[in-house]
Design a protein around this ligand. Sequence first.
Ligand code: KG4
Ligand code: ZN
Length: 338
Amino acid sequence: MYVLAIETSCDETAVSLLLEENGKVTIVEEEISSQTAVHEQYGGVVPELASREHLSNLPLLADAVMQKSGKRYQDLALVAVTKGPGLKGCLLIGAGFAKGLCLAHTLPMLGVNHIEGHIFAPWLATTELKFPYLCLVVSGGHTEIVEVQDLGRYRIVARTIDDAAGEAFDKAANLLGFAYPGGARLAALADAHRPSGKSHFRLPRVMRESQGFSFSGLKTAIALLVKKHERELADEKVRGDLAWAVQESIVDALLFKLQQALASSNITQVAVSGGVSANRYLRERVTELHGVKAFFPGARHCMDNASMIGYVGLRRFQRGERSTPDMDVIARWPVEEI
Ligand code: KG4
Ligand code: ZN
């Protein structure tokens, strides 16, 4: 069974063709077009520009995926599309395109929750992950720990109060002079200057008391440090040392919450997903946790992608779920607890 998946919730236009055979899911073809270059100069994603990019890129990517695979739209069993959360105009482009395809080729459609996609992204890389597991979702817009009991059965253990982990990385990167989104570049600088002992910079240990994830205090502390050491920070090594302190502080906060969650449950599997799960140091620290098996998405599936949307769409479709042609998109749609 072939499933075409579409993701347009933010600034990545992505299309993927998945094949399900005897319960096993493989990626036949996938294409991602990132809009980073378009938004970089504005210091963040400009929704209207993002929508326009999706509008011109999506049909090209879909045709490229189908052509490379040698399949025709008529061969599809399902079109899965991100229904939310995300930028409304962007979601509408994806949903409108999916509806058009389904109408033209008489295909069923299913709208998928983007965060649920991230929660299942590690399944694209392994057959060993089983329910239940704790999923640390760390992306540009979300930070949460979800106890995943089954597809569609979740318990939210901790949620973002203010900035998400990716935002914390990006804002710190911006203070260090990197263009948006600087998270990965800050991480690369930190890794290149990893100190043998501790960093010379001291940042507060955040989120020890709060119920959910909160990075706003850390952001203020970084801003103050950057101001205080403005001159020294012209030196690449000093910048690297501060980048390391930032990375350590964010990762440490994530690990603290994850360990708290593990201690209050008897779950022994942890998955990390979302853009920040590409972070090497975070992966190292999660892998080192005692008595816990760690799972991560492959490099292409940490960031927003269509394969994770296809995976969830396919599994829900197999349970008999369908969306109707009047499906609406949902800009704010937290993963619901059941
Ligand atoms: O999941 P994603 O592609 O988009 C959202 O759904 O939000 O995540 C993007 C986020 C950005 O904030 C980016 O800076 C961050 O992931 N990111 C990283 C790394 N690679 C991407 N943060 C830290 N270290 C990285 N290696
Ligand atoms: Zn995402």
